[in-house]
Structures are given as C-alpha cells and as structure tokens.
Design a protein around this ligand. Structure first.
Ligand code: PMP
Length: 430
C-alpha cells in the first residue's frame, strides 16, 4: 500500500491544495445527512444472536436445582451457585473459593466495591476511606470513562498516569504510591485495554503486585472485562494478578472483575468478582445485608450454555469471526488514509472492543466536532481521561463492533478526512 506524504514536510501551497480537496470531500459527506454512532462499545445484533439459544436452555419442567441442591427459584446462594463459581474460576484462573458470582453488571460490582470501601473500608482498613480527608485513585490514561465517573460520583480524587505500550508507567506508579498514603488504589484494564487494546506485560503485573504502598489497604481494581475476547489465534497472555499478589506477600491487594456482557448479553449477563478469601468473606457480610441472593436462574442458564472453557472459547471464536473484519476495516483505512502523513498513531489490538487513535496534540476535540457535524458520533474527546480532560487533546476512542461493515467504512472515511483537516489547520498555524 502506498503511504501518504508527511504533512510536516509539505510546503504551504501544497497543504492549502490538500485542504481544499479534503474540504470538498467533507462537504460531500455532510450533504448526505448521515447519522452514524461509533461512540459506545456494544456488540452488534449478529453477536447477540450467537447466544439466543441460551434463552431456551431452561424449561419450566426442569427442577432448576444447582449442583449443591440449591433451588435456583428461591432465595439464597449469596455468592453464586457452585457450578457458576467453577466456570468463572476456570475463566479467570483462580480457585472456586476465590470467586463471587453476582448480578448482570461488573460495573455495578466495581461501583459497589468502592462505595463499600468509602463507607466501611476494605478488609484490613483502619478507617473507612470516606472518613479520611482525601482519597485518591491512580487512573492509567487513556482509560475507561465509566471508571472515572465512579470516582467522580464518590468524591475520589483521580491522578492520571500515562499508559505505555506494556501497561501503566510503573516508575510513576511506584513513586506515587510509595509517598502518599491517601492513594488507595489503581484502576486497571489489564487485557486488551479500553481504549488502546494493549495487554500488561508480566513485569508490569509483578511490579503492581509487589510495589511498596504507603496505604496498607491499597487495592488494585483489576477490570478484566476482555479476558477471553481475542481477535487472533495467538491471543495475548496476561499474568495472573492474584497469584502474583500472593507470591509478593500482598494476598489481599487485587479485586478482579469480569462479566459475560460481551460473551452472551450485555443486558442479561453474569458478573463476577475474584479476590482473596479474606476479601470475599469481608464483602459477603455486607452483601448479605444488601440482598438475599443474586439471579441464580441466569447463572444456571449461563453454565448450561457455556459449559466449560472449550465451549466458551469456541463461542468467543464466533464473536471474533464477526468483529475481526470490522477491526480490519478500521486498521486498513487508517493505514491507507493516514499512514505516512505523520499526523496520527494507533495500536493494532489482539482483542477487546476498542482501538484508540492519537492525533497531533490539540486536534482531538476539533476532529470529534467535525465528525459530529458530518453525522458521525464519536466518543467525546477527553472522555478517556479523568475529569474528561485530555491534557494533550489528542486521544480518540474508536468502537468498531456495533455498526455494520458498510456504516463503518463510511464512518472511518469521515473520521480520516476530519483528522486530516484538523491536522493541516494545526500544521499551517504552527
Ligand atoms: N469494563 C470495561 C473495561 C468495559 O469496557 C465495559 C463495557 N464497555 C465494562 C466494564 C462494563 O461491564 P459490565 O457490562 O459487566 O457492567
């Protein structure tokens, strides 16, 4: 594929000519009156169809008893049915006694974990976090906007830390947590991260597990949302954080979260929390005041449908067959339209739901505005940073799964024209 010319090396006349040609293209898109939404990472309708059979898997004639005799129609089973614990223990490579199976949303579990910490502290806390003058969480950025929204809601101060190609900037993380006891935790999307699609290296996992923290009740919010969501036959491997924490002598440091939202249904999935038995015992006590038990019918449905890791992986391959071509559309278009022009960079992910595009500094907001005017809604610029503020105004999250291939082609065409228009303006101005 022929690559473009570096915009920084073009003379002013050339840049102006290029701008005019792009502006015409842009007006053409605008006149089509499109309405395309690329803002959220949702499975597309074909993906949802893959799990439709799960809805028929239980019948009113079944006894609906779990393997330990628990009647799934009745109250009880505060932390999930044993067969669901077994399945998710395999998925997350932890022991069945280290799993708590909950309702439909891991985001709820994350929100509740931090709410409990604010109200009551975590296992081993001397003081509830909310009674301290300040509580801070490290936020590797770009990151997941809904994590940041939880912190804002609960009054937890966020400190952005740069993401590097193998995870958060660990030199900065180690320095910060060593010196400040109001830093109580860190958000992590360790595999196929949202939005960059990168996976933490073994060294990063070990450093997170072993680092010296001034807060004795420091927690890693390990959001393993995309643990089985591979796009290639050579998936990334993520080192086991619970094991690493145990080995480092910090057995209670990690809360692992995951769900089947993007395995079965976002509306009716099953969410899990994996952690040390001490942490889970502490949480179970509070949970038993909050509920008399989760939706065990849905847990049973999931276990009967997904069965074991072989069946689950085969199911995930069907997802990949639908969404991998969409990632390819985006990557090929970015390369053909923006490659070589020295105005944008991106990483090719091996899994997950997102890609992220870095424009020239100061261009992301303008690109998102231009795209919106042409009928393409992107995730708000800045959303991938705490407080919605990207210090370099350059990161744009791309969510390719929901639109059809045809819509995606057009949306990325529009995006690429907008990136070029904003970049030329910036280069001309400087
Ligand atoms: N974590 C991450 C990193 C996500 O990207 C998403 C969905 N976009 C979620 C959590 C939401 O998970 P759930 O549906 O289980 O609440």
């Amino acid at each position: 594929m022929e690559r473009g010319t570096d915009y920084n090396r073009m003379d002013i006349d050339e840049l102006n000519r290029q701008y005019q040609a792009l502006q015409e293209k842009y007006e053409g898109f605008k006149s089509r009156g499109m309405s395309l939404d690329m803002s959220r990472g949702k499975p597309c309708p074909e993906q949802l169809e893959l799990s439709r059979g799960m809805l028929d898997i239980l019948s009113s004639e079944d006894s609906l008893k779990a393997m330990d005799g628990t009647d799934c129609l009745n109250y009880g089973g505060i932390d999930g049915i044993p067969e669901a614990k077994q399945l998710f223990a395999q998925m997350l490579e932890v022991g069945a006694s280290e799993i708590l199976v909950g309702g439909n949303s891991s985001l709820t579990m994350m929100h509740d974990a931090l709410s409990r910490a604010m109200l009551h502290g975590v296992y081993g806390s001397a003081t509830p976090w909310g009674k301290l003058p300040k509580v801070k969480l490290l936020c590797p950025s770009p990151g997941y906007d809904r994590h940041f929204a939880i912190c804002e809601l609960l009054g937890i101060e966020m400190i952005a830390v740069d993401m590097l190609p193998d995870g958060p900037d660990m030199d900065a993380v180690e320095r910060l947590v060593r010196e400040d006891d109001s830093i109580k935790g860190i958000w992590c999307v360790p595999k196929y991260s949202n939005p960059e699609g990168i996976t933490y290296s073994d060294e990063t996992v070990d450093r997170l597990a072993g680092m010296k923290t001034k807060a004795s009740d420091f927690r890693i919010m390990w959001d393993d949302a995309y643990t089985v969501h591979h796009l290639t036959t050579k998936p990334d491997r993520l080192k086991n954080i619970l094991e690493a924490c145990k080995k480092a002598g910090n057995p209670d440091r990690a809360f692992i979260f995951a769900s089947t939202s993007k395995i079965t249904f976002p509306s009716a999935g099953v969410a899990v929390l994996a952690s040390s038995e001490a942490n889970l015992n502490f949480i179970r006590k509070q949970l038993s005041v909050q509920t008399i038990g989760p939706d065990k019918i849905n847990q049973l449905r999931h276990v009967r449908f997904l069965q074991n890791m072989d069946v689950l992986q085969a199911h995930m391959e069907k997802h990949a067959a639908i969404i991998k071509p969409k990632f390819d559309i985006v990557l090929n278009k970015l390369e053909s339209e923006l490659g070589g022009k020295n105005i944008a960079s991106w990483i090719k992910p091996n899994g997950g739901y997102f890609l992220s595009l870095n424009t020239l500094d100061g261009c992301a907001k303008e690109v998102v505005r231009l795209a919106a005017e042409a009928g393409v809604t992107l995730t708000k610029a800045g959303a991938t940073y705490p407080y919605g503020s990207d210090p370099r105004d350059r990161n744009i999250r791309i969510a390719p799964t929901f639109p059809s291939a045809e819509e995606l082609e057009t949306a990325i065409d529009v995006l690429c024209v907008c990136v070029q228009l904003a970049s030329i303006k910036k280069v001309l101005a400087s």
